[in-house]
Structures are given as structure tokens and as C-alpha cells.
Write a new protein. Structure first.
Length: 47
């Protein structure tokens, strides 16, 4: 449940950011975000 709530919060924050400004996604950004999310998820599962 906590992971789902985190995903929803991130999606909401990104939506608000996109509404407020122009967002450019640079090459490789998706891989960086996936890695950070995987690290955060692994950390949460150990808590």
C-alpha cells in the first residue's frame, strides 16, 4: 500500500509540474528515474 501511495504521489507531483511549466525529458532520464525508484522501493521493503 505504501508503494502504491508513493507512486500516486509522484504521478500527482509530475502532473502538477507539467501543468506549471514546460518539461523536457533528456535522453537517458527514464533509466535514471527507474533506477532511483528501484532503490527507493528496495529501501522501503527493508524497513
Amino acid at each position: 500500500m505504501k508503494a502504491q501511495r508513493t507512486r500516486e504521489n509522484i504521478a500527482d507531483a509530475v502532473a502538477r509540474l507539467e501543468a506549471a511549466t514546460t518539461v523536457r525529458i533528456v535522453p537517458g532520464a527514464e533509466a535514471v528515474v527507474r533506477e532511483r525508484l528501484a532503490q527507493a522501493s528496495a529501501k522501503e521493503s527493508h524497513e
